[in-house]
Design a protein around this ligand. Structure first.
Ligand SMILES: [Zn+2]
Length: 235
């Protein structure tokens, strides 16, 4: 099935594939505009369209991709594709905006800059409409439970190596909440500027102080303001 920016490959459920295509085009427009990438709007057309593969069931998806059993889908940066299987609403409402964001973000910042995992996952989650709604409560709970991972810890953690599911949860919530904080508190254009600095090979600290010269001078200051925004205090 062909759209303006996407090819959808499916085997069985044509109606579902149709929904996927329609939603993908809609997410593409809203995500690109929110991240300020309108000038890239011609980027994913014709043979550069993103390919979405919908396998009929989880078993065939795992067999083809060799992913971990808990994986529900993936973005493949090299082949500009999203791969998953025909499951429930979460495909349309969560997986699709998440993986499309990964691809748009990578297209913009490139593959060889120093893009930390928390930022990659933070941006992708921020574009999932439902997650955005739940973030405030999830952060409040982490704060109340005393499970906050420091900003420094967040920046250094390679969550792919972590098996403690609580810590994985904390990582994802904090990553999304930090991106949410920067965008809501200081606006999209500063955030886009921050991403542009990363694309131009500054590291995270340099990019932050460049894009937020008056508001976030140091990581310590950022940590304090971010936690305060969600009702916590820096220890
Ligand atoms: Zn992700």
């Amino acid at each position: 099935m062909k759209g303006e920016h996407f090819f959808v490959y499916y085997q069985q459920d044509k109606k579902f594939a149709n929904d996927v295509l329609r939603q993908s085009e809609s997410y593409y427009r809203s995500i690109a505009s929110e991240l300020g990438y309108q000038r890239y709007s011609g980027f994913w057309t014709w043979e550069n369209r993103v390919k979405i593969y919908i396998y009929p069931d989880k078993e065939s998806f795992l067999k083809v991709t060799g992913q971990n059993p808990w994986s529900e889908g993936m973005a493949d940066y090299t082949n500009k594709s999203v791969i998953s299987y025909a499951w429930n609403q979460n495909f349309l409402e969560a997986l699709l905006p998440h993986e499309i964001t990964h691809l748009i973000f990578r297209d913009y910042v490139g593959m060889d800059g120093e893009i930390p995992l928390w930022l990659d996952e933070g941006v992708a989650q921020w574009m999932e409409p439902q997650k955005r709604e739940l973030l405030q409560a999830a952060m409040a709970k982490i704060i109340v439970d005393g499970k906050i991972l420091s900003l420094d810890g967040l920046m250094r953690l390679d969550v792919r190596q972590v098996s403690d599911s609580d810590l994985v949860h904390t990582f994802y919530v904090e990553a999304a909440s930090l991106v949410g904080f920067l965008i809501k508190e200081y606006g999209s254009s500063d955030f886009i500027n921050f991403c542009r600095q990363l694309r131009d090979k500054k590291n995270v600290r340099e990019a932050l102080t460049f894009a937020y010269p008056t508001t976030v001078r140091t990581l310590e200051q950022l940590e304090g303001k971010w936690l305060a925004y969600y009702g916590g205090v820096k220890k």
